[in-house]
Design a protein around this ligand. Structure first.
Ligand code: PMP
Length: 423
């Protein structure tokens, strides 16, 4: 019963913004897929700890020890949140982009990478040093698994291979068949990394249950602030790789060699890839968000979000100019991320009008997933052919879409205002 499930308190609920028509209105943050507002609880936890923070792994003082404990406890909290295996490593990074680039730097020699062209650029692009096979956009979850199986069947079964896949699309919100893709990868001797940037804030992610080798996500999409992220999973490739960053913290022992050079022994655990002074506040904030979401209960959070999705879809069902973008079909299971175009409107103008006239913050563009959005808009332009797709004025961006996204902090009023504005 969603009526008993209130939105979780987030920062910025009372922020007012000026309207072009005069007056002010509270800001409706409907761009959670880009960055979600931080939970009030995360802010309170961080504020309570902030006066006490000190250097991590470096100081003998009481506050340094306290910070080191909090940092390492945060690691354990994240491992629990992701239901990691006992020997998995949790590495704190800056973001999902950083996590996937770290993994890309740790690929074994000759590793072949398989990635769908529909991925966010953060999972599409970091594999430049590897042999990459780009897989065509599938039109159903089943086709995604078949496409991957076919590609993997043709690979050298003795060489290392990695599949990189998103759990929930940042464009359509659609859920990808992660468990089945992981089974296909493993059946062909490949590893798999899950880009959970959009999935983790909306759904429980169990490394064991999904049987993925690594998971990456960002704090700022999981109701914590910017600047921290996670890569969690199998230790072997990470341990065998050169450190992602060279420096203090990653090195256990450094000495001069007889020939004048320098010898380094690197750490083997997570510290190997966390050189430099760590972002202890960021790690603590992520851990606080993990606890808050677990305590609120994903069952309740998912139910409320599905209710909000239905509210938007049903209210706009009778507006023929509004066309939602989807790869797997309009009714495919998804998180609270919806992209659309409006017949007769330039998407950037439309998004600007939502902001200026209604105080609603959405996103317009290609959402750092250019191949996917181009594919979806290509299909859409054809579909709109009969009713006449809008022509852009010279110099204007015409090939883009509008994205509305929400989550645990979204009140009904925000989606209702959005629907009224679109209508
Ligand atoms: N993957 C997906 C699916 C995303 O939506 C995003 C952010 N839009 C990223 C990766 C990259 O996240 P970040 O910008 O925090 O590195």
């Amino acid at each position: 019963d969603v009526s008993v499930c209130a939105p979780l308190p987030v920062l910025g609920r009372d922020v007012t913004v000026p309207l072009v028509t005069g007056g002010e209105v509270t800001y409706a943050a409907l761009d959670y897929a880009a960055s979600a507002p931080a939970l009030q609880r995360v802010w309170d936890d961080v504020a309570a700890y902030a006066p006490y923070y000190g250097s991590v792994h470096r100081g003998a003082g009481y506050l340094s020890q306290l910070s080191t404990d909090l940092f390492e406890n945060s690691r354990r909290t994240v491992a629990e949140f992701l239901d990691c295996r006992a020997d998995d490593q949790v590495v704190f990074t800056r973001s999902t982009t950083d996590s996937l680039n770290l993994l890309a730097s740790a690929l074994p020699a000759g590793c072949q990478v398989f990635v769908f062209e529909t991925e966010h650029h953060a999972s599409l692009l970091p594999w430049r040093e590897a042999r990459v096979t780009y897989l065509d956009a599938p039109d159903s979850p089943r086709r995604a698994v078949e496409t991957l199986e076919r590609a993997l069947a043709g690979r050298d079964p003795h060489g290392p291979a990695l599949v990189c896949v998103t759990g929930a699309s940042n464009v359509t919100g659609e859920l990808w068949p992660v468990r089945e893709l992981a089974a296909a990868a493993h059946a062909h001797g490949a590893r798999i990394v899950l880009d959970a940037a959009q999935l983790a804030p909306h759904h429980p992610v169990s490394v064991r249950d999904l049987d993925v080798d690594w998971v990456a996500f960002s704090g700022h999409k999981l109701y914590a602030p910017f600047g921290s992220g996670v890569l969690a999973g199998r230790p072997d490739w990470l341990r065998a790789a050169e450190p992602y960053l060279a420096g203090g913290g990653a090195s256990r022992k450094v000495g001069r060699r007889a020939d004048g050079g320098v010898d380094v022994e690197w750490h083997e655990g997570a510290a190997r890839h966390e050189a430099g002074s760590p972002n202890v506040i960021g790690a603590y904030a992520i851990a606080s968000a993990c606890k808050a979401l677990t305590e609120a209960g994903f069952g309740t959070l998912v139910a409320r979000e599905q209710y909000l999705i239905r509210r938007v879809r049903e209210a706009l069902a009778g507006v023929p100019e509004v066309r939602f973008l989807s790869l797997f079909g309009e009714d495919a299971p998804r998180v609270g991320v919806l992209s659309f175009v409006v017949g007769g409107w330039n998407s950037s103008h439309f998004a600007a009008a939502l902001s200026a006239e209604y105080g609603i913050g959405v996103r317009d563009g290609l959402f750092c997933a250019h191949p996917l959005v181009r594919t979806l808009l290509g299909a859409e332009a054809q579909a709109q052919g009969e009713c006449g797709a809008p022509e852009a004025a010279p110099g204007e961006k015409s090939l883009n879409a509008i994205r509305v996204s929400f989550g645990a902090g979204t009140p009904d009023e925000h989606v209702d205002r959005f629907v009224t504005a679109v209508k």
